[in-house]
Write a protein that binds this ligand. Structure first.
Ligand SMILES: Cc1cc2nc3c(=O)[nH]c(=O)nc-3n(C[C@H](O)[C@H](O)[C@H](O)COP(=O)(O)OP(=O)(O)OC[C@H]3O[C@@H](n4cnc5c(N)ncnc54)[C@H](O)[C@@H]3O)c2cc1C
Length: 285
């Protein structure tokens, strides 16, 4: 009985993912001969010198880490330590036709790390430069203007930031039969008005953005590293950070793969957020 239950659970899970994929994207994409961006500043950890000095150290080159590193590199020296590999070595793996294969790939070189949550749910998290954007369903939408106001964000800066991201990685999806059926169903039950395609948060029904282009190729957070100042950034792959040691003076890193030593006081949270704010100020000015 329990075997049946767990098999049923797996089948349901597969169906949910299939549903999720179909819901947002289109089938029948053909593979494009993608020119994978090759960054000279992305290297394997084994090539790193024993000691490095940076203004900022980003642990994890994920969906947040990549754009943040790109922004900070405009005014400071930045080091990104990513435990995973590069998504650019095999563009085929980040095409929509391999969405489920990549998500459920159990091999050691997989972009996905399977895990079971504390409450027993089978799940996957990314371990690759670009992180979740390399594995996720790719739906994109801006935050609502009320949320932006309530959060105290600068509305102009928020709008410029969205455009900064959208210029590189966001597309209008093609709408085919299945999506039309869902849309018509929503309108029929009164989820109105119909807003057509929009990246804004709106009441009613709309078609949102996608990070898959018309050829089904995924555009990922690591693409935002195209914005970096290449003289001020280094990205190391297979760099799993296990420990951060605080020292009283300059920021340094030793012994990759096991320890990070950093400095400027014991309160990393305080100095970190202060430095971030200063850097954002100087970058946005
Ligand atoms: C299946 C799936 C579908 C999803 N679909 C969508 C969607 O359609 N739209 C949407 O907006 N969101 C979606 N999400 C959620 C979205 O992808 C994540 O919320 C987002 O990517 C998280 O970004 P982050 O930078 O906070 O990632 P994090 O997961 O916090 O980034 C972690 C990064 O740090 C690295 N790392 C972790 N520990 C270490 C360490 N010790 N040393 C060095 N590196 C380390 C990891 O390898 C990774 O690259 C989906 C998620 C999943 C799993």
């Amino acid at each position: 009985m329990s075997i049946h239950t767990s098999m049923l659970g797996q089948v349901i899970e597969q169906l949910i993912w299939a549903f999720f994929t179909c819901c947002i994207f289109l089938s029948g994409f053909s593979h494009a001969d993608d020119q994978a961006p090759k960054y000279t500043f992305v290297r394997e950890t084994t090539s790193a010198p024993p000691i490095l000095y940076y203004n900022y150290i980003m642990i994890g080159g994920g969906t947040c880490g990549c754009p943040l590193a790109a922004t900070l590199s405009q005014g400071a020296r930045v080091l990104v330590l990513e435990r995973g590999s590069s998504p650019y070595t095999n563009p085929e793996k980040i095409n929509i036709k391999n969405f489920l294969n990549s998500l459920f790939d159990p091999s050691p070189s997989s972009f996905a790390q399977q895990f079971i949550s504390n409450d027993g749910v089978l799940n996957a998290r990314a371990r690759v430069l670009g992180d979740g954007s390399v594995l996720n369903a790719g739906f994109y939408s801006r935050a609502g203007s009320r949320y932006i106001r309530d959060s105290g964000w600068n509305e102009t800066l928020a709008r410029n930031s969205y455009e900064w991201v959208e210029n590189k990685v966001v597309f209008e999806p093609l709408i085919m039969q299945w999506q039309i059926a869902v849309k018509d169903g929503l309108l029929e039950v009164g989820v109105l008005p119909y807003n057509d395609f929009s990246l804004d948060q709106l009441y009613g029904t709309k078609v949102g953005g996608t990070i898959f282009d018309k050829d089904g190729q995924r555009h990922i957070a690591a693409d935002l590293l195209e914005y970096v100042d290449p003289k001020r950034i280094f990205v190391y792959l297979y760099a799993t950070v296990q420990k951060i040691v605080f020292k009283d003076s300059s920021i340094g890193i030793t012994n990759f793969g096991s320890t990070i030593e950093t400095g400027s006081g014991l309160s990393l949270g305080h100095s970190w957020s202060q430095r971030l704010q200063e850097s954002f100020k100087s970058v946005s000015n």
